[in-house]
Each structure stands twice: as C-alpha cells, then as structure tokens.
Design a protein around this ligand. Sequence first.
Ligand SMILES: Nc1nc2c(ncn2[C@@H]2O[C@H](COP(=O)(O)OP(=O)(O)OP(=O)(O)O)[C@@H](O)[C@H]2O)c(=O)[nH]1
Length: 351
Amino acid sequence: MMLPTIPTPDELLDKGFRRGKKAADLRRGEKMPKRLKGKRIEETRVITACQVIKDRLKMILDRTPEIEELPEFYQDYIDITVGVDDFKQALGAVNWAYGIITQLEKEYGAKIRKAPSERATGLRKQAYGRISSVVHKIEKDLDFLDFAKQSLRNMPTVDFDAISIVIAGFPNVGKSTLLTHITDAEPQVANYPFTTKGIQIGHFEKRWQHYQIIDTPGLLDRPIGDMNDIELNAMVALEHLADAILFIFDASETCGYALENQYNLLEEIKNVFDAPIIYLFNKMDISDYDGARHDYVQEYIDKTENPLLISAAEGEGLEEIIQLIQQVEKREIAEEDEDEYEDDENYFDLT
Ligand SMILES: Nc1nc2c(ncn2[C@@H]2O[C@H](COP(=O)(O)OP(=O)(O)OP(=O)(O)O)[C@@H](O)[C@H]2O)c(=O)[nH]1
C-alpha cells in the first residue's frame, strides 16, 4: 500500500513560513499606501503559511485510504502491523491540526486587517507561534504515520477475485518446493508479521479462474498453543483470506518432525481455521512407504480425508493437487460486527 510521504513538524513549518515570506516579498513591489502595505504584507505571510501547511496536511488525509473501506484482510493486516486505532488516532490528529490552522488563518487575517499598522508584525509573529505550537503538537502523530508508511510498504498484494489457498505444515516439509512447482513465474514476496521470510504468493490460472497459493514460513509451521494474541491475529487474518488450507505432511520425516507432531499441528490448525483442508503427504519418494515404513505412514494417511500422496521435488502428484484445488470454492465470510470502527468523529479531540 502506498501511503503519502510524511513531513516532520519542522519540515512542515519551514515550508509554510518560507512560502509565506516569498508571497509577502512579492507584495512589496505593489503600489499602495505604506500603512496599508505593511499590513497586507503580514496578512499575506500568515495566510500563505497557513495555506501551504493546510494543503500538505490535506494531502496526507486525502492520500491515505479509508481503513474501513479496505478489504477485511488489509484491515487485519494494518491492525496487526501498526494498530488500526493508533492509525486512526494519528489521522484524527492531522485533521484536528488542519481545523485549528484554518481557524488561525481566519482569526489572524482579520486581526491584522483591523489592527493599527504598527501591530501587524507582532500579530503575525503571534500567529506563527500558534501555528508552530499546533504543528508540534502532532509531532508524535506524524512520526507514527511515517512509521506506518514504512511498516506497510511491502504489504502483500492480494487478488480478492482469486481463490486463495494457504499452505501449512512444519518447516522443511516441502512447502516452497510445492509452491514453485504448481504456480508459475516468481512468487510475490511480501512482508507479513511473524513470518521469518515474509509470505510468498504464487499464482496460477485454470479455466479462467485465478488461484493464489500463499506460503507463510514462520507462521503456520509451528504449534499454535504457544502463540500470543497478536500472532494469533496474524493467523486469523490468513484464515479470513483462505478459501482452503493445503496441509503438508512430510511422510519421510526428514524435515525433523515425527508424523505424530505433524498430526498435532494439523489438529491445532483445524481448531483455528474454518476453511476446508486439502491433505498432502509429501516426499513419498524417500518415505519408504513401499517398504518397512508402510504401516507406520499408512496410519496417518488413514487419519485424513482424501489425502494425496506426492513428491513435490519430483513433480509427482502435482496434477492431482491442481485438480483438488480446482474444486475449492470461494468462501463467503460472515461480515463481522463493524461497530467498533464506526465512531470516527471522536478521535479528533486531542485538546
Ligand atoms: N526427496 C524429496 N525431497 C523433497 C521433496 N519436497 C521437498 N524436498 C526437499 O525438502 C527440503 C525442504 O523443502 P522446502 O520446500 O524448502 O520446505 P519448506 O517447507 O518450504 O521449508 P521452510 O520454507 O523452511 O518452511 C528441500 O531440500 C527440498 O528439496 C520431495 O518430494 N522429495
């Protein structure tokens, strides 16, 4: 997501005051009574400074998308990454500053026009002092918005018309091998909270339907029991996105996790996710399924529904996976209660 560049308070003020001075300097050449001219110059300075600062604040507000209007997944993402409430609070502060500067512009414009000419400079200085105090009051909010911009820079680009499949399974079971074999071109790599290498999104198209396969190293590959709330939220955001989960077992156990542990992870994921699950047993080529380990592996295969036995590295079973994925339907997620985000009016009050 592209967010606007955020100035520091000093950058904002410097620009406003510099432009104010420039505009005032242009007036110096005008022909008018000296008494009036002094006042016009100071009035111009104040009004121009206010307008330049206001324009910049307005640009920040206009170019920041309305969070409520974003798809649920992005709202979740922003909430997990920077916090939706803090984000709205910061935008509210910018809006507040905009309002106060509008008032100061009117107030001091009128004051300078009405006052005796010798007071014009004093009034302009007073206006500048108040403008600067307002802009400095939103320093932490501008800081926050800048932090949000950096944090949300490499947000995953999700295609909401596509059918989304989220891969789960312990590290080294073959998730990325599978992703690169069933999707074309380079997968998109984006930041995602609590993932070690970010998430990878690969795409493929079949019969005019678009599919995206999402791998989340570091998130859906470890026990859920010891996750904290934010980590759980990061998972739930994926759950909102997933039309199905592709759970991968490593039948060879060369990933370093026994099938029993892998099965426990599956159970945990089932508890958290409502999405249907596609079961894959990978690395069948080195699992010794045809030999001594047959009964042992078979026990876990029997515990799952319609599992596919594959070898991602050798390209075995990939067509069957694609066929199963093609049966996945877009999941309708019940709209969540949105009340908690509705009272936008209240976060402007920072006095
Ligand atoms: N023999 C064999 N090796 C495989 C198969 N699939 C993956 N591997 C190997 O298993 C190792 C781990 O595969 P990855 O695809 O990196 O596993 P991953 O689950 O994405 O791992 P993380 O990204 O660390 O979570 C690699 O060395 C792969 O080459 C398979 O079907 N057969």
